[in-house]
Design a protein around this ligand. Structure first.
Ligand code: AMP
Ligand code: ZN
Length: 111
């Protein structure tokens, strides 16, 4: 939990979101500014700033990233992406990251 983090505020329900999935490790909610008809974010509950702050020797990081990745097609399919989807992780300012709490974009179209 980080005080000025918008995704931590979504996680503790201080800010509303259109939640589509939650378990003990992760939450997924619709992106407020969708770039495709289906566009949601998978966010670990642990406040990790960005992908490059994950450690190859940290089994919890590996587990969380694995879960986020394997969850993406399950949720994409449930959201109607029957023909495919893409996942994107922006890393740091140079990678287009705006919210500094690790998240995976999942985007697709029902077509
Ligand atoms: P980025 O950090 O560039 O990977 O992207 C952050 C994403 O978070 C953007 O696509 C925003 O539209 C989205 N976003 C920012 N605030 C909210 C919010 N309150 N609820 C849902 N999505 C948000
Ligand atoms: Zn956070």
């Amino acid at each position: 939990m980080s005080d000025n983090c918008i995704f931590c505020k979504i996680l503790n329900n201080t800010i509303p979101s259109k939640k589509i999935y939650e378990d003990k490790d992760v939450i997924a909610f619709n992106d407020i500014n969708p770039k495709m008809p289906v566009h949601f974010l998978i966010v670990p509950k642990q406040h990790i700033k960005m992908l490059s702050n994950c450690d190859i020797n940290n089994q919890e990081h590996i587990r969380l990233l694995g879960k986020m990745t394997v969850l993406a097609p399950v949720l994409a399919h449930k959201q109607g992406c029957n023909k495919g989807f893409k996942i994107i992780i922006h890393n740091d300012k140079g990678g287009g990251q705006e919210v500094f709490h690790l998240h995976m974009h999942v985007m697709g179209s029902p077509l």
